[in-house]
Design a protein around this ligand. Structure first.
Ligand SMILES: Nc1ncnc2c1ncn2[C@@H]1O[C@H](COP(=O)(O)OP(=O)(O)OP(=O)(O)O)[C@@H](O)[C@H]1O
Ligand SMILES: O=C(O)C1=C[C@@H](O)[C@@H](O)[C@H](O)C1
Ligand SMILES: [Mg+2]
Length: 175
């Protein structure tokens, strides 16, 4: 199935880059954070406050695992990499693009971790979360697009270039 799935840290641009990519391709855009809010009838930060990190990750896994999509750009939340079934589903239905930015860039973009609803374990630093997730993003990524030093429009171009290269390599591999 022809889907593109963006993964990466919170505030890296999965939603903002994703929607532009979808528009350029004439694809649907699916922000699964919004599907979670719709299903639960609450904001992400309210869900996390009510059911805790583990409870939230269960909901996030279920919603993302159950996404049915074709010709869509899917932008999940940054914590989806902890959701094994969801990530396996994404690997099956499309190409997984890891949008990567340095710790400093991400930290600058997020004013309040709590207001943004970042899933931090008790006592965990944001630096530790960055390192823990980086290993998971790299594990699941088909393509990595480095954002540092680029404006958003340039990142969009870099995504298209990386997707083209990936498809060419796939076709070469099939020969
Ligand atoms: N070069 C850049 N590329 C992408 N986004 C950028 C860039 N520079 C600044 N931004 C800003 O960073 C923010 C990215 O937020 P966005 O909601 O798209 O992230 P996200 O990856 O979807 O996060 P979440 O995991 O919380 O859903 C936006 O406010 C965007 O304007
Ligand atoms: O990176 C995170 O921990 C999160 C990001 C958001 O998009 C939401 O999915 C949720 O608030 C958790
Ligand atoms: Mg988002």
């Amino acid at each position: 199935m022809d889907n593109i799935i963006f993964i990466g840290m919170p505030a890296v641009g999965k939603s903002s880059v994703g929607i532009v990519v979808a528009k350029r391709l004439g694809y649907r855009f699916v922000d699964t954070d919004l599907l979670i809010q719709e299903q639960e009838g609450k904001l992400l930060k309210e869900i996390i406050a009510e059911v805790g990190n583990e409870g939230f990750l269960k909901i996030e896994n279920q919603v993302n695992r159950d996404v049915k999509a074709t010709r869509s750009v899917i932008s999940p939340g940054g914590s989806v990499v902890y959701c094994e079934e969801a990530m396996e589903h994404f690997k099956e239905i499309g190409t997984v693009v890891y949008l990567k930015a340095s710790f400093g860039n991400i930290r600058r973009r997020i004013r309040s971790l709590k207001k943004r609803g970042v899933v931090l374990k008790d006592g965990q630093t944001f630096r530790n979360l960055y390192e823990e997730r980086t290993a998971l993003f790299e594990k699941y990524a088909d393509i990595i697009v480095d954002e540092d030093g680029f404006r958003m429009e340039e990142t969009v171009e870099n995504v298209f270039r990386a997707l083209d290269d990936y498809r060419k390599r796939e076709i070469e591999g099939e020969k």
